[in-house]
Design a binder for this molecule. Structure first.
Ligand code: TEU
Length: 549
């Protein structure tokens, strides 16, 4: 079996990674061109965001054909070349399967629209109210009601995301067979990893109006979701022990994740959950400005560590992806302590029990771009919510302040390769603006600097391979109640690890509850950190202490 406990996945939002053909948009050959960089970093997998033909209403999460390459991003031959070149460097590919919905431009939806009886039942159609109201009050994740009326059919279809992303009807066995064929197609091309987009939303329960919320309780972790995943596993990737899978679980519960990602449950290898990233929300509302709640962050992160471990289930561990703001802007410091805080945040994640995911640019400490006008934004969710906030009466400046903190576009600006005019991303005007700080924050200045954030991530990735305790040790929290220190232990019969992080710029005196006799410092973000029980932690100081028993 492939040892995904020791692996690290690099997420390549290739549209913003490297533009090989000078059209301002990153592409598959652009990923191939940068494989040496990724090999140097030491990652095992590259998760590629969707590159399938798509109208790009939601940057490829609106798929019009699951078994082809969008010509904007390359050809099937380019994909095969990328796959071969990656393999030469010991790197495998993980593809993004968007199976909750298709684009309305997908052939299946077009046939359903045309009234083809074989395809109508591929999607979820319901009648509305007599007064022209939608079938229920569920809200789309991108704002507004989740149903779209089609006058020619006199009927509504469900879209939990954009109206051009129609939800598939997984109750229909033919739909499930089609999706199995998609996995088999890519397995046939040697693909060894799959990420399943919002896969805990595929089984809808009852279509009632929700008098308590936006409807998510009726379709999240729905009644047949485990059965569906089990079936997909058995019919496809479960036949190849080399394949790893990760499910993106929206608003999920830990109890369900024990099954989704259990070692013996026959569903997926691991899960992304997001509760630890809602600590700067108010409830489920992300379009607000509140400071992050550190205690909550620790509680959630640590309870998932222990809960999943107690149930022999596996986490994907991460701060960043293409839907999240940059972590150094969010929980670290963009100014004086940019470097130590970025390193500290990397350490927190990479020493946890779970498979770490690095999102492109995180390894060089990229920050939010600070966009100031709506025409700089590309993301449908951000643009919709700007208007929703304005309609609620919020002043324009306040709406921008919120977008600057929470927009998904914060992570989608082009990769900062060097200090040149275009940042080394493209010769042309990029599809989304480059962060002007690429003059100082860029890969070229970091790859050969032993003190850089890049070098720190490289060490973290290497340590996971070198020390079994990092990949497989038991987890236990330390000093849960401390207001600024995030610390934990990892343990096997033969090794001990203590990970200590000052999460703030304020210095902190801290006494380690573990006897540190015999420990050495494996990694730190200050040159002179030592394994001492009584610590005076400097701004964002982070230490990884180790002892072989
Ligand atoms: O994301 C799912 C998802 O839940 C987020 O889009 C979430 O709704 C948003 O960040 C909340 O503010 C996945 C993909 O990662 C995302 O890019 C897609 O837009 C979405 O699914 C639809 O396919």
């Amino acid at each position: 079996m492939y040892d995904f406990h020791k692996s690290v996945v690099y997420q390549c939002y290739f549209k913003s990674f490297y533009d090989s053909n000078g059209d301002g948009v990153g592409d598959l050959r652009g990923v191939t061109a940068k494989l040496d960089y990724l090999q140097k970093l030491g990652v095992d997998y590259i998760w590629l965001n969707p590159f399938f033909p798509s109208p790009q209403r939601d940057n490829g999460y609106d798929v019009a054909d699951y078994c082809a390459v969008d010509p904007r991003f390359g050809t099937m031959a380019d994909f095969e070349e990328l796959s071969r070149e990656a393999e030469k460097r010991g790197i495998r590919l993980m593809l993004d399967m968007v199976f909750n919905h298709t684009s309305t431009e997908h052939e299946w939806f077009q046939k359903a629209l045309a009234g083809d009886p074989d395809y109508e039942d591929y999607y979820i159609w319901r009648e509305g109210g007599p007064d022209g109201t939608p079938p229920n009050n569920w809200e789309s994740k991108f704002g507004g009601n989740a149903w779209q009326y089609v006058p020619e059919k006199g009927n509504w279809y469900l879209h939990l995301f954009d109206p051009t992303q129609a939800d598939l009807n997984w109750e229909n066995p033919r739909v499930r067979k089609e999706l199995q064929n998609v996995i088999r197609f890519w397995m046939g091309k040697g693909v060894k990893g799959f990420r399943f987009d919002v896969v805990n939303l595929i089984s809808k329960g009852s279509y009632e109006s929700d008098d308590q919320g936006d409807g998510r309780r009726f379709y999240t972790d729905g009644p047949r979701v485990h059965e569906f995943l089990h079936e997909l596993n058995e019919a496809t990737f479960g036949t190849d022990a080399e394949i790893i899978t990760v499910g993106e679980m929206s608003s999920t519960s830990m109890e369900n994740c024990y099954k989704y990602a259990g070692a013996d449950t026959g569903e997926l290898s691991m899960v992304f959950s997001f509760h630890h990233l809602k600590v700067d929300f108010v409830g489920n509302e992300k379009w607000v400005l509140v400071p992050f709640d550190f205690q909550k962050l620790k509680n959630i992160l640590f309870s998932w560590q222990t809960g999943m471990s107690d149930h022999n289930a596996w986490n994907a561990v991460f701060w960043c992806n293409h839907d999240q703001p940059r972590v150094v802007s969010r929980f670290g410091d963009e100014g004086e302590y940019w470097k130590p805080s970025a390193k500290m945040l990397g350490t927190v994640i990479h020493c946890l029990r779970g498979t770490p995911y690095v999102y492109q640019g995180e390894e060089i400490g990229m920050t939010n771009p600070g966009f100031t006008s709506l025409d700089q934004y590309r993301d449908v969710e951000s643009i919709n919510h700007f208007h929703i906030l304005r309609d609620r009466g919020l002043h324009e400046d306040s709406a921008y302040d919120i977008l600057r903190v929470h927009s998904r576009d914060n992570s989608r600006t082009p990769m900062q390769w060097d200090a040149s005019e275009g940042g080394g991303f493209s010769e042309a005007e990029p599809w989304i603006s480059m962060n002007p700080n690429h003059k100082t924050i860029n890969a070229a200045s970091q790859v050969d600097d032993p003190d850089s954030i890049f070098a720190h991530y490289r060490k973290l990735i290497a340590l996971r391979k070198q020390y079994d305790v990092i990949a497989n040790g038991d987890f236990a929290p330390l000093d849960m109640a401390h207001p600024s220190v995030l610390a934990y232990t990892r343990r096997t019969d033969r090794e001990d690890l203590v990970v200590i992080n000052n999460f703030y710029r304020k210095e902190a005196d801290w006494t380690c509850p573990v006897d540190l006799d015999g420990f050495t410092c494996l990694l730190s973000n200050y040159a002179d950190s030592r394994a001492e029980t009584k610590l005076h932690l400097r701004p964002y100081e982070s230490l990884v202490l180790y002892r072989a028993n």
